[in-house]
Write a protein that binds this ligand. Structure first.
Ligand SMILES: Nc1ncnc2c1ncn2[C@@H]1O[C@H](COP(=O)(O)OP(=O)(O)OP(=O)(O)O)[C@@H](O)[C@H]1O
Length: 200
């Protein structure tokens, strides 16, 4: 059974008859111009909302309304960090809820060690984005849905983000990335191109 199955999904006026299947331990890129429907498809796979018609299945079950973070995690475009918590506390939030407290390797891998104890609100936008990425990967989820994870990164930090994606794939995670960043598209195992809400 494929890890993620999208069957004939349409959503409001945004997505039209989308079908795809994705396998574990791969990087799948959702590519397309601004407004093509990438974020909407991310949110359907991450269980933020249910499709108007058709079905989305993760491990054979609909992710909506509340998938476990170790099943599907999400790096949202707007990051959704807790501003007063430190970088480490934000990264560990999904783990702390499960009684785990070891800072993960990804803090170092993503260049966050030096600011680990600073409140997220006192870090740069790029640092905040990498914090939200580390949070998405902290439980080695089956599926990590990452919406524009390099949007606020310079070249050096894009390299760190790509390293983190490779490490996640190495533990079996299916990494789904919405992006128009060619540097990310270049490392993808699968590229799904959206155009006006359809696979083109
Ligand atoms: N709730 C909504 N109701 C109606 N239209 C919406 C809704 N949400 C998004 N849209 C529209 O659907 C289209 C696709 O939006 P979406 O955010 O999925 O695109 P995107 O490819 O992620 O774009 P970007 O790269 O700019 O983030 C856009 O034209 C957007 O304005």
């Amino acid at each position: 059974m494929p890890l993620v199955e999208v069957h004939n999904v349409s959503h409001t006026f945004v997505l039209h008859e989308i079908s795809l299947t994705l396998e574990a331990a791969t990087v799948a890129v959702l590519a397309g111009r601004s407004g093509s429907g990438k974020t909407t498809l991310c949110h359907l796979i991450a269980g933020v909302m249910a499709p108007t018609s058709g079905s989305v299945l993760v491990r054979g079950r609909p992710p909506f309304p509340a998938p476990a973070w170790e099943t599907v995690s999400l790096l949202p475009q707007r990051l959704a960090l807790e501003p007063s918590l430190t970088v480490t506390e934000n990264v560990l939030l999904p783990a702390a809820l499960r009684g785990l407290s070891e800072p993960p390797e990804s803090l170092d891998r993503l260049g966050l060690t030096a600011i680990a104890h600073r409140p997220a609100q006192d870090t740069s936008l790029g640092e905040q984005q990498r914090t939200a990425l580390a949070r998405a990967l902290v439980l080695s989820p089956a599926v990590a849905v990452l919406d524009e994870p390099t949007a606020h990164q310079d070249d050096d930090h894009v390299a760190l983000v790509l390293d983190a994606l490779r490490a996640a794939v190495g533990t079996g995670t299916l990494v789904i990335v919405a992006t128009h960043d060619q540097r990310v598209i270049d490392v993808a195992d699968t590229v799904i191109r959206l155009h006006s809400g359809r696979i083109s």
